[in-house]
Write a new protein. Structure first.
Length: 321
């Protein structure tokens, strides 16, 4: 289906952190974009620069219900991605991953659209293999407080590959590792946004355990670039593919870096480690390098500066308002 020669692309979860950046990039690529969101965690503020674009359309809709539109491509990003949000209503989180996948796959099947699944490094659970390769099946607790998200995303991957095998659907499954940048939700409980907000308010930065657990942080622009490359790649390349920054950093190192960059007077305090919290998280991105010619190129310090500036502006707006 074409609208004035443009591919019609749906982005579910398009008003969220990643979704809004993706919508922006797709419009620059010459797509006609339908942004679908129920605004549980997404916000129209993230789309302020797009609402006047004639090729951008915003629809309030929950993906747990079917969607009847015509489309060429689907990016399925809909699902709360931070523990605070996905544990608020865990049953709905599982429904969003599973029913949402079924509904979007059904739409792709009817329209013969190519469909991209935003999966997650959480499918690896608390990994016993380091770094994590796509062939690793994971170490996931199926009955823990994080299971609604972890197992929901694992089930969604199963559905994608079964539709691929059974219905010859054109699928792309990407496993996203920790990503940060402007438009993160300020109260999503993720470590980068938590630390920056705490530092800008000169409040203590809260680490869990001794802060030795590690993460690998990818700046949002790098991530959106590989989304586009993967979707535009040959149909034979279906994934799953790890996408993220393989440079590992400890949570304590991150806290110290953010205090330094904000010039904050904050101290660092410690709380007990939550259950099932992964000790290590580092992607092996050999497949993305080989098949997509992609590697992240924005250093952590540079990305943090952009993100700090965003949150600083957000805090000033809220105080002025």
């Amino acid at each position: 289906m074409r609208e004035y020669g443009r591919k019609k692309t749906i982005v579910t979860g398009g008003a969220g952190f990643l979704g809004s950046h993706l919508c922006e990039r797709l419009l620059k690529e010459g797509r006609s974009v339908l942004c679908v969101d129920n605004f549980f965690t997404g916000t129209k503020d993230n789309l302020r620069g797009l609402l006047g674009n004639p090729y951008f359309e915003l629809m309030r809709h929950d993906v747990t219900f079917p969607l009847y539109v015509e489309v060429d491509e689907i990016y399925n990003l809909a699902c709360p991605a931070s523990p605070i949000h996905y544990q608020f209503d865990p049953v709905q989180t599982t429904k969003t991953s599973v029913h949402g996948a079924i509904n979007m796959l059904g739409l792709a099947k009817r329209t013969k659209a190519k469909i991209f699944q935003a999966s997650t490094s959480e499918v690896y659970g608390d990994p016993q293999v380091h770094p994590q390769t796509e062939s690793y099946w994971g170490h996931v607790n199926p009955v823990g407080s994080r299971s609604c998200y972890d197992e929901g995303k694992r089930c969604a991957e199963t559905l994608f590959f079964d539709y691929y095998r059974q219905h010859n659907l054109r699928i792309k499954v990407a496993r996203i590792f920790n990503t940060y940048g402007p438009r993160m939700h300020p109260h999503d409980g993720r470590v980068v946004s938590n630390f920056i907000i705490q530092a800008l308010n000169n409040e203590p930065l809260t680490i869990y355990g001794d802060g030795s657990q590690t993460r690998s942080f990818c700046y949002v622009d790098d991530l959106i670039e590989v989304f586009i490359r993967f979707m535009n790649s040959a149909d034979e390349l279906v994934g799953p593919i790890n996408i993220g920054n393989p440079k590992e950093v400890s949570i304590l190192q991150l806290a110290e870096k953010i205090i330094e960059l904000t010039g904050s007077d904050s101290e660092i305090t410690s709380k007990p480690l939550p259950s099932d919290d992964p000790k290590q998280r580092q992607p092996d991105i050999s497949l993305a390098r080989e098949k997509l010619g992609w590697t992240p190129n924005i250093p952590l310090e540079e990305g943090l500066k952009h993100t700090i500036a965003y949150f600083d502006s957000l805090l000033k707006e809220s105080k002025d308002g």
